[in-house]
Design a protein around this ligand. Structure first.
Ligand code: NAG
Ligand code: NAG
Length: 237
């Protein structure tokens, strides 16, 4: 069944997104991406600030998005940090895109909704737990730490804005309670603590090794996904 109305709307879709490229003490270098993949080329993209002020224009001759690098200083008012895109093709202007509001994103967003996934993997060097941590938002960029029960920091990562941190815990060398901590200047969150090695694995390690082999290699992955609930359920992937 054809849905011409929906197709038409999809064709005119202009997306706007951004990424923090560099963090300076008093400013942020931000890349704003405007994209209207369905429009005939060449496409003239305009980046506009809140009240329709033209910030920059770019002509794109292929299907790539238009990239605008902007240096945003701390002095900028929130108003000036609202952006949207328009795209012109064959003398017709499309858009505007949805509004991108960056002020709070860039300057003062405490860490929120930290998610930590512990995934058991059977590697060449024996069982390893891969810990993946990601907060849904937080700005300035978040530092993630792997912390043991005694408060000891085992590892620390500062991935790119919006990217998860991943830590590898070889079970032959690491055991005890672990948690992931996400921290930026304006906030901190901790995941629930998790006991490693997991009880199920301990049982099989001390008991039937063959059983563990079966369990671990069958899907080669077992994960504790429902970590947020505090109930550690093992899921075979
Ligand atoms: C952005 O501003 C910082 C200083 O706040 C400066 O060091 C940096 O070179 C600027 N980057 C660009 C691309 O203009
Ligand atoms: C954790 O697992 C859930 C469910 O599989 C997934 O949606 C989420 O993206 C994962 N988060 C991280 C930080 O790996």
């Amino acid at each position: 069944m054809r849905l011409p109305g929906l197709l038409c709307v999809a064709m005119l879709d202009i997306t706007i997104a951004y990424k923090v490229l560099e963090v300076y003490p008093q400013s942020r270098l931000v890349r704003i991406t405007c994209e209207a993949p369905k429009l005939p080329q060449p496409i003239t993209y305009s980046l506009l600030a809140s009240r329709g002020i033209l910030v920059a224009k770019k002509v794109v001759h292929n299907s790539s998005p238009a990239l605008f690098n902007i240096n945003i200083t701390l002095k900028s008012s929130p108003d000036l940090l609202t952006y949207f895109c328009q795209a012109a093709s064959n003398s017709i202007t499309y858009g505007p895109s949805t509004r991108l509001q960056m002020y709070w994103e860039l300057w003062t967003k405490p860490v929120s909704q930290l998610q930590a996934n512990f995934t058991l993997q059977d590697g060449d060097l024996g069982p390893t737990v891969e810990l993946s941590c990601l907060a849904s938002s937080g700005s300035p960029p978040i530092t993630y730490r792997l912390i043991g029960n005694d408060g000891r920091v085992y590892a620390q990562q500062k991935p790119l804005h919006g990217q998860p941190a991943s830590f590898s815990l070889p079970l032959t060398r690491m055991s005890g309670w672990f948690r992931c901590q996400a921290e930026n200047r304006v906030g901190v969150q901790n995941s629930p603590r998790t006991l490693l090695p997991p009880a199920q694995l301990l049982l099989t390690l001390t008991g039937e090794l063959s059983l563990m082999r079966t369990v671990v290699t069958a899907g080669s992955l077992i994960s504790i996904a429902s970590i947020g609930s505090g109930m550690l359920g093992w899921t075979r992937l």
